[in-house]
Design a protein around this ligand. Sequence first.
Ligand code: 2M8
Length: 419
Amino acid sequence: MEARPAVDDAALGHEALSVLEANWTGSATVPAPGLYPHQWSWDSAFVAMGLARHRPDRARTELLSLLGGQWATGMLPHIVFHTPEAYFPGPSVWRSGEHRAAPRVPTSGLTAPPLHGLAVWWIHRHTGDTGFVRRAYPALVAQHRYLATARDLGGHGLAAIVHPWESGMDDSPAWDPPLAALPEVRYGYHNVELAERHPDSDHDRYVWLALRYRNAGYRPEYLRDEHPFAVECPLFNGIWLASCHALAELAPVVGADPVPHLEQAGRIRRALLDRLWDGCFYARDLRAGRLIPVGTVGAFGPLLDPGLPADRVAATVEVLESARFMGATGYPVPSCEIRAAQFDRTRYWRGPSWVNTNWLLRRAAAVHGLRTLRDQLTGCTLRLVRQAGFRECFDPFDGSGRGCRDFSWSAALTLDLLA
Ligand code: 2M8
């Protein structure tokens, strides 16, 4: 295992800022040089929150350039291609330019966890900049409307993801059952380090799914009636709920009514409890009509809701602190529960610990006044980056780094953890 010389807080913060400087393109931050050379949606929201105290100018520009990729439908794409095609699938695959609702800048046709309301709220909280809120607010309202209409595929108030990439937890074992129901395809899609991905890589199926959606003209009717992958994810919906609360707090800043956002939050909460709860939160496969019985870090997304009933908070935190998740390792929460047959400490989103999900859990602990848990998550996440640097993810047993180096959200959220 690699070891780094000990670094104090000031040096760590300085290193984090240098990584973010190097990954800045002039209008956006790439997640990492090389493998991720464009602007990714939830990565940008994390980067903006990490930069809010240090470089508020950059945090604002980051989010506004991302919002520049929004479609007229309200859909906020998971990738915005400000820079020439250097990633697969790139603009020539998504062909957003052929779609009437798409903006001028090329984008993907999928969305990502809707963290942006929370990010705008966060920047306002740290800067008090109301002009920025006025610019961003209408786009956020449109994004939430899109999720509540085009993406409520189950008809019960939750937004469905229609591709594993939309979850942000690409290779999570939670997507194995819905992916296994798709036909076998072989395109030979090899732009990534497959050794660290799913052993029987599902990437060809990912591309197949994306092409089906694209060939159907990105139509919501197609998603509702025909698309074979539709899942209600507790992390995606927990993040949406947090952003609804954020918009309710931002509404008075722009002279708008907070009530619709609180009503939306109530609808999502009720649906999470009615549809995704079985002693803990699980994802629901809408096409198979059942819960997907594997515990992942996504289970804790609903903890971001300040209105989650106290008994559910307690039960969910009990699972989080148990040997199924953080009780076993002394390192931050892994992406999949340790006792699951699918758990793999080495492969993307199938075991490793990620700084962004642990930062979200720390935020959730703060929302519920759980100070000990919050401090514990802060300490063990900082331990990872002190030990292994700003890697993309980390081995949950020994903390060694995996995936890319100089990874933007690991650097940006470290700045926040150090504050
Ligand atoms: C990973 O996702 C991309 C596809 O969007 C990939 O695997 O190539 C995920 O970790 C996702 O959460 C993240 O936003 C993206 C860029 O960091 O990489």
